[in-house]
Design a binder for this molecule. Sequence first.
Ligand code: NAP
Length: 346
Amino acid sequence: MTLNVGLIGAGMIGHDHARRLERVVAGARVSAVADVDLERARDLAAGMPGALTYASGHDIIASPQVDAVVVASSGPTHEPYVLAAIAAGKPVFCEKPLAPGPDACLRIVEAEVASGRHLVQVGFMRRYDPGYQAMRQALRDGLIGAPLLAHCAHRNPSVPGTYTSDMPLTDTAVHEMDAMRWLLADEVVAVSVLLPRRNGRAPSHLADPQVLLMETATGTLVDVEINLSCAYGYDIRCELVGETGTVTLDSPAGCTLRGNGTASQAIPADWRERFGPAYDAELQVWADTVAAGHDGCAAGAATSWDGYKAAAICEAALAALDSGQRTPVVTKDRPAFYADAASPRP
Ligand code: NAP
């Protein structure tokens, strides 16, 4: 049986996900596309045989031609669509952020818990990156002992002039916030943000680079260099330092070229190139999970609860950026409903 997916948001990542669902993900197709710009939805649907088009995502959710929903519209629009999908009992894959702030995320968590079904998966795709998965396995296998430190870097060659100084935390480092909770199986309890000397290449209003420090409940310290004007490529780094060893995220280049007295590796140009296989894998696993009737969140994927946690860390990081002070991350207790979210569900 083919899974009929309704896509909300025909922008940049909406185009990527539509192509993925039609051409890469087995057992799924795009049956409807919605965007506030109906022409944009029509242009995208033109390449999807039989796909309907709408100007509102609510029509997608209500459509009998839609079994499950992908929300790829702008962040502030996510909450009403995800709540409507839960109310309709339809599985929903929601791009990050789940919603713009922790209160909105909590409303989704509460609605999902009340529904009694795991219907929501959040698009934190690094959980499907083979390099991060290998690091996590090494840690779980005890190969480096207990984790003490993590050093991360998130470098972009440049960002558009529309990027504001909160976005390095809420749009960029939000990936490290989720990836580190998942990798370390630990909670972030406090954050600090430091501002080094500004890169003269950055847009003039943008505080870039920034350094985010995250402290976990067990005492692991995670530093994240967020560097959005590095010029040379899209470079994602992560090293875990344990009591007896370290484990480092490898370059995805696959080979090292030696010649003319140097050794070199290609660096991805952007996030699409770097994480393409991870985006493919997360949607394949989601579609398989939904098609198998196992609700709408694959084992080990980011749940609504994880979306809420990421939003709470973002909120604390913004306060830390503003005040220059170490800021606690304050969250509710995890509902028992999400207790098994990291292990396979039947
Ligand atoms: P984008 O290019 O601006 O696309 C968003 C689209 O949604 C636009 O066509 C927008 O129309 C439309 N839209 C706005 N409000 C809507 C509504 N109420 N109903 C339906 N459509 C609506 O943005 P993007 O870069 O694709 O990002 C979309 C989401 O994906 C964001 O939440 C972003 O953070 C996330 N994202 C995640 C990753 C990742 O690594 N996981 C990467 C990229 C993006 P208008 O332009 O007319 O407003």
